[in-house]
Design a protein around this ligand. Sequence first.
Ligand SMILES: [Zn+2]
Ligand SMILES: [Zn+2]
Length: 153
Amino acid sequence: MQTQHDFKEKKIRQLEEQCRRNGLAITVQRRVIIEALAERRDHPSADQLYDTVRGRVRGISRTTVYRVLETLEGIGVVQKVSNPEARARFDADTARHHHLYCTHCQKIQDVSDPALELLPLPSEEYGGFTIAGFSITFSGVCPDCRTVQSQSP
Ligand SMILES: [Zn+2]
Ligand SMILES: [Zn+2]
């Protein structure tokens, strides 16, 4: 069985490899941000990532975290996840998959159900719009929040 640790190490190697292929050097700042992205499965915002990495690299600024994320997004290593919030949330998994969004704690969880791939696409009659892909965000309440809600009087 694959442990959480194996998963993280594999993900880090894969992300670094993608950076190198795009001619992007792995600086200390990029390395810690990649690590933080690989270990979090909740699709963090830039500010959440900043909170994770600020204790690991001396003097890293919020601006640096934003800039690194933009760079990583620019070369397709991470993607922004569409969600009902105004702030961007980042995903180090750029293969097509879908998301569950908790409206209570704002956690975003992955979902890849083969049935979702069978969704009929809008017809070509939509002004000749060519569809290249789609991503579905389901919103609702996660199990953790549901437990808390049902326990409250
Ligand atoms: Zn929740
Ligand atoms: Zn995702």
